[in-house]
Design a protein around this ligand. Structure first.
Ligand SMILES: Cc1cc2nc3c(=O)[nH]c(=O)nc-3n(C[C@H](O)[C@H](O)[C@H](O)COP(=O)(O)OP(=O)(O)OC[C@H]3O[C@@H](n4cnc5c(N)ncnc54)[C@H](O)[C@@H]3O)c2cc1C
Ligand code: SF4
Ligand code: SF4
Length: 380
């Protein structure tokens, strides 16, 4: 039987090696939560608050997206197959709601699907990420279509200043902390929108039957090549490299590259290789690009502007999408004929596979460097 690993192992193998993604899962779901065994430190990394209170149950280790103990179980449960996991169909689609179309990131499919679920009482709410200012978002529970629309898009038109946000400019939102809050709010039947690391942690909790992960009925997973920190030195580096001030950026999006839209309207593209220095170091050890365990995975990659590339993975995911489509929440990209559609979908898939393989190779390289003892400059 495999030896039980505990928070001390998590500290050595993940936090100490600079690959903790600061998702907060280990602390939020620590079974000694009421005993205050763990806490999130000022550096946003998990640490012991009181080591004597640790039950050494190993749950923190098992659910961490950067550990592999539960991978075989997850793969079996979701019928995972290489190179990007299981899926039933790929489409390029957009919302039919004019208001959502104006503000969404790509085609507004995420907001359209969540709105369909809410309208039909299939969920009581959705865990999403709400804008709180420029480059700042906060995990929130949206319970109305207005709240879903407020959380849509990736524009940065908020009025808060960096100082008011404690000096943090980041594209990452720690959604997992909100999962824990569901129990106290007596909510059930929820949807979640998250990055691959976040959906991975939720799936592991569901595998282990850790409450309240059972309340999450639908997961919409974002594609994710990496997330960024734009504060402090990173901000200076970025502004110098791009010759643009963060205040002048109205919208950020990632497809083949980083797409920056300025408040004055101009748009320009930055190759991802040029901004790696402001990416979170933990992301370089992350192996999942296309959110392989979500019900539905979405991104802009492979679709024209105004459309979301949508991978229908699980049976549940495909049913939700098909019903939302049938009820007019979503329309699909029009192709000339069936052959053009087949070729277009093959091309979309090829792009996703190429990004997924590239990310996996990058992670394997990073993890093998770390196994050789090389630790990231910053701890994360
Ligand atoms: C940090 C990040 C990195 C991404 N990287 C890529 C990439 O490399 N390649 C690619 O093709 N696509 C990437 N995407 C996905 C892409 O930007 C779009 O979110 C996706 O195509 C859905 O667009 P939409 O118009 O359908 O979504 P919308 O209808 O605009 O809804 C977006 C939803 O995402 C939620 N959200 C926004 N930010 C976050 C966050 N940080 N954490 C959790 N939820 C959030 C919002 O609350 C909203 O519910 C990334 C997204 C994020 C947030
Ligand atoms: S990645 Fe998340 S679960 Fe893993 S150690 Fe970091 S905060 Fe904890
Ligand atoms: S690359 Fe994306 S999914 Fe992976 S750790 Fe970073 S934020 Fe999470």
């Amino acid at each position: 039987m495999e030896e039980l690993r505990t928070f001390t192992d998590l500290t050595n193998e993940v936090v100490g090696k600079g690959i903790c993604g600061k998702c907060g899962g280990c602390v939020s779901f620590c079974s000694a939560g009421e005993l205050n065994a763990l806490k999130i430190g000022e550096d946003e990394l998990p640490q012991f608050l009181n080591e004597d209170n640790c039950l050494k149950c190993g749950i923190c280790y098992l659910i961490c997206p950067q550990t592999n103990t539960l991978n075989a179980e997850l793969q079996e449960k979701f019928g995972w197959k290489p190179p990007i996991g299981d899926f039933q169909r790929i489409t390029s689609a957009q919302t039919t709601n004019r208001k959502v179309k104006e503000i969404c990131t790509d085609g507004g499919v995420v907001t359209a699907l969540l709105t369909y679920l809410l309208d039909h009482n299939l969920i009581q709410g959705a865990l999403v990420s709400k804008k709180t200012g420029r480059f700042a978002r906060k995990a929130t529970i949206a319970r109305t279509s207005e709240e879903l629309i407020e959380a849509a898009g990736s524009t940065f038109s908020g009025s808060l200043h960096l100082e008011e946000l404690g000096g943090k400019y980041t594209t990452y939102t720690p959604i997992l902390s909100t999962v824990k809050a569901l129990e106290k709010k007596y909510l059930q039947d929820m949807a979640v929108v998250g990055t691959p690391c976040q959906v991975n942690a939720i799936r592991k909790m569901q595998c282990l039957g850790i409450l309240p992960a059972h309340l999450i009925k639908y997961s919409i997973g974002l594609f994710c090549i990496e997330n960024f920190y734009f504060d402090g030195v990173a901000r200076e580096r970025l502004e110098r490299k791009l010759a643009v001030r963060l205040e002048d950026i109205a919208k950020l999006n990632i497809k083949d590259d980083l797409i920056i839209t300025l408040t004055k309207g101009a748009t320009f593209h930055v190759p991802l290789g040029e901004i790696h220095e402001v990416a979170r170091p933990a992301c370089f050890a992350c192996q999942d690009f296309s959110n392989e365990y979500a019900d539905i995975s979405v991104g802009g990659l492979g679709s024209p502007d105004g459309y979301t590339t949508t991978l229908l993975r699980t049976k549940v995911g495909a049913e939700v999408y098909d019903e939302a489509f049938r009820k007019g929440y979503i329309r699909e990209r029009a192709w000339e004929d069936a052959e053009a559609s087949r070729r277009g979908e093959t091309k979309m898939l090829a792009k996703i596979i190429s990004f997924a393989k590239g990310k996996r190779t990058r992670a394997e390289k990073r993890l093998s460097e770390l196994a050789g003892g090389e630790i990231s400059e910053e701890r994360t």
